[in-house]
Design a protein around this ligand. Structure first.
Ligand code: HEC
Length: 456
């Protein structure tokens, strides 16, 4: 399971030449795309550089799940920031198979959308040159608080073009008519081509396990699971759901496969030939059993459905992510940001000791407050709602040492984080200390996940 952070480090670079009204559209090639040299608006708007440095703001796009070749659609760019009151963006569309090439065309709309071209081509008429859609001066919404959104007309490329990547940057500005004091964000997102899936095998499910502990017992709604089997992708093919975020939500199809749980599509985090990591839908039953299918080429005439696979479900089914193949729980030392673990097993890890605060990662901890739908990004602290205790070597950890149990802000809503101060009592130095999660009285995470404690 890849825990993908959404914060991408930006680049600080010197401004380039061309001078014109920037609130009326920035110079081209400033979305942060590596293929364009990696520059973004922080080349000039440097106060809070690098891009994405302020987690209070966010930038995202909404499109159709798949584009229809040649059929015009809207791409909506949205930005929010609690302090900003003027806004701007730049958006470019490229072929995923060759990001140096444009994918489709944007339409300029008077007073709303400018379309600037690379290579000196006239504005709004780029020909084969790269295109960059941007806000016009009136569409910078001077004085408007909270956020802004723009609907950009985009005509996708011809059939057979495959996945498209949008690279985009946004400016949450302070309406100073200058390049100072503005927050810059950059992102990218892929979309697929409608009707282009051609997986040839019929998928077959052989197992479904907690995606953190790989325990084969029951699994619970909103938790991350690993589905095992065959025919999920072409040999060697992989697909990363986090690259297809649309409207801040993980996709219900990635790499041409979908997972259906009790008839509901599950958001997909990752897919390869023999494994899919998915998040169980929020409406998954909480007792008894239910059925899962994997569907290749979903929704197309060449759709192929696996036989149903029966799983046991529960109201919670906790498990820690581990640094496999070791028993070490995936943990970060909060004061230094280092990975906590046994350095004799993991040369990059540092041992923790009593008094250290660690963040531990898990899934399956049940309902949260607020609750997020499966596939959504938790936008802020969201505490686990159940009665959860931790047990170190079989003894409960004092409540005062448990600082937070809930979702990881900014991550998929099935990823939980526990912030704990390592207690002085019930731990053994220079040893692996078993840690378990108890929910209510009866639900326990599996044995064998440990926190290594440093020698005295
Ligand atoms: C080459 C330097 C440069 C780059 C790169 C640049 N800007 Fe600017 N920007 C400026 C300057 C100078 C101003 C102030 C003059 C003006 O408002 O036109 C400005 C002003 C703005 C404003 C109004 C700010 C306010 O507080 O009133 C917005 C919005 C804006 N830019 C958006 C962007 C976006 C979005 C990008 C990246 C895609 C970007 N700019 C990249 C130089 C730049």
């Amino acid at each position: 399971m890849q825990i993908k952070t959404l914060i991408v480090p930006g680049l600080i670079a010197l401004a380039s030449s061309t001078a014109f009204g920037f609130s009326n559209g920035a110079p081209v090639m400033r979305t942060g795309a590596e293929v364009d040299g990696g520059l973004d608006c922080t080349a000039c708007h440097r106060t809070f550089a690098p891009a994405n440095s302020d987690p209070r703001g966010k930038l995202w796009i909404t499109t159709l799940a798949d584009y229809k070749p040649g059929v015009k659609q809207t791409v909506k760019v949205q930005i929010q920031h609690p302090e900003a009151n003027r806004w701007g963006y730049q958006l470019t569309a490229r072929l995923a198979s060759n990001p140096a090439r444009k994918a489709g065309t944007f339409t300029a709309v008077a007073n709303v959308t400018r379309v600037q071209c690379a290579g000196g081509a006239p504005e709004g008429n780029c020909g084969d040159n790269l295109e960059f859609a941007e806000q016009t001066q009136p569409a910078s919404f001077a004085g408007q608080g909270g956020g802004a959104s723009w609907e950009i007309e985009w005509t996708p490329p011809a059939a057979g073009s495959g996945d498209v990547i949008f690279y985009f940057a946004g400016n949450a500005a302070n309406n100073s008519n200058s390049n100072a004091g503005d927050y810059i964000y950059t992102r990218s997102a892929k979309i697929g081509e409608d009707g282009a899936c051609n997986l040839t095998d019929t998928p077959r499910i052989t197992g479904l396990q907690n995606g953190a502990s790989f325990w084969p017992g029951p699994v619970s709604f909103n938790s991350i699971v690993a589905v095992f089997g065959t025919g999920f992708q072409r040999a060697g093919g992989t697909s990363n759901g986090g690259e297809y975020l649309n409207d801040q939500t993980f996709p219900k199809k990635a790499g041409c496969v979908a997972v259906e749980v009790n008839g509901t599509r599950a958001p997909i985090a990752y897919a390869q030939f023999n494994q899919i990591n998915a998040q169980l839908p929020t409406n998954t039953p909480q007792t008894g059993s239910t059925q899962v299918r994997v569907i290749a080429n979903p929704g197309q005439t060449n759709e192929r459905r696996s036989d149903p696979f029966t799983i046991q479900v529960a109201s919670a089914a906790p498990g820690f992510f581990r640094l496999l193949p070791t028993p070490c729980i995936a943990a970060i030392k909060v004061d230094t940001g280092e990975i906590s673990g046994d350095p004799s097993l993991l040369d990059f890890a540092k041992p923790s000791k009593a008094g250290d605060v660690v963040s531990l990662f898990a899934t399956g901890l049940g309902a949260t407050d607020p609750i997020w739908q499966a596939g959504e990004i938790a936008e802020g602290p969201s505490r686990a709602a159940g009665n959860i205790t931790l047990e170190f070597n079989g003894q409960p950890v004092d409540r005062a040492n448990i600082l937070y149990i809930g979702l990881v802000p900014g991550a998929i809503s099935g990823l939980y984080q526990i912030n704990m101060r390592i207690p002085n009592s019930n731990i053994r130095p220079n040893a692996h200390n078993e840690l378990r999660i108890r929910i209510g009285t009866d639900i326990l995470s599996p044995e064998g996940s440990t926190l290594y404690i440093a020698p005295n």
